[in-house]
Ligand binder design. Structure first.
Ligand code: CP
Length: 307
């Protein structure tokens, strides 16, 4: 069951709501294994995808998920819209709602835009990433992948490595993993992982060698160059030397540890190609699972929280 008409963040979800989404996602994963992957569940529902930032995975999987549910989908093109003439985001969203949008999926560089639209529209609003705030469906697909690979979250040790400061993926994962009973470690340079991030929700490490020891999951983060003014680390070469995931460092984690990355990856900066393409990597499985998770989220929101 979901309580809200919107999915705006993980912070305000209860553990039971997250578990409901994961359960519904497992059902949709089974659907996606069938020869015929399209179901009539949301036939005729109008979904508008409103992305003000670039995306490959999230945008494509939301569009495919909506099409698999038999929705009518509009991929709104911001550069060719009246936004360039100065129309506000709220007026833009009200306009697509007046045209019939019942679900609006939004990505924006400013934190809080999905919350603003959630208050302004009757339609369901799904946050597909807002600035440095949250990326809830990414955390849900990450949790789904961890559950699939590790079975349970109880006592699971998850290391989140890199640019935590600018990462909406990290924030959503910290909330999600804590609600589900996992333990979170944050690893990175002090410029990107503040001491103040060490709370009841996470422990901070300033050494890969210490932080990775014995963990069950290693989640590497993308360096968010577009959100950094520069000066957070001297060079990408040095970053990889100190904070990149390579074979020697991964050997410190549990021998069955899985390696995750939300993508897009900067190979040779955050992660070596040997690890990204290696046997412990579940990076492409995360992408595949995103489809089932987004189908589940759209279905649950459209049906008032019950699939
Ligand atoms: N993980 C993620 O949000 O990737 P995209 O930017 O490609 O959507």
């Amino acid at each position: 069951m979901l309580k809200s008409k919107d999915l705006l963040d993980i912070k305000s979800l209860e553990a039971g709501e997250i578990e409901s989404i994961l359960e519904a996602s497992a059902g949709y994963k089974d659907v996606l294994r069938r020869d015929i992957k399209k179901v009539p569940t949301l036939r005729g529902r109008t979904v508008v995808i409103l992305f003000f930032e670039p995306s490959t995975r999230t945008r494509t999987s939301f569009e495919l998920a909506a099409k698999r549910l038999s929705c009518d989908v509009v991929n709104f093109s911001v550069p060719n819209s009246a936004v360039v003439k100065g129309e506000t985001i709220v007026d833009t969203a009200l306009t697509v709602e007046a045209l019939g949008a019942e679900t609006v999926i939004v990505r924006h560089k400013s934190s809080g835009v999905p919350h603003l639209l959630g208050r302004s529209l009757k339609a369901s609003v799904i946050n597909a990433g807002d600035g440095i705030n949250e990326h809830p469906t990414q955390a849900l697909l990450d949790a789904f992948t961890m559950k699939e690979k590790k079975g349970s979250f109880k006592g699971l040790e998850v290391a989140i490595v890199g640019d935590v400061l600018h990462s909406r993926v990290a924030k959503s994962n910290i909330y999600c993993l804590n609600k589900l009973g996992a333990k979170v470690r944050l690893i990175g340079p002090p410029t990107l992982v503040n001491e103040s991030m060490g709370t009841d929700l996470a422990r901070v490490y300033y050494s890969m060698e210490e932080g990775l020891r014995g963990v069950d999951v290693v989640m590497m983060l993308r360096i968010q160059m577009e959100r950094q003014g520069g000066g957070f680390f001297p060079s990408t070469e040095e970053y990889f030397k100190l904070w990149g995931l390579n074979e020697q460092r991964l050997a410190l984690a549990d021998r069955d540890a899985i390696v995750m990355h939300p993508g897009p990856m900067n190979r040779g900066i955050e992660i070596s190609s040997g690890i990204a393409d290696g046997p412990q990597s579940v990076i492409l499985q995360q992408v595949t699972n995103g489809l089932a998770v987004r189908m589940a989220v759209m279905h649950l929101l459209a049906s008032g929280g019950r699939a």
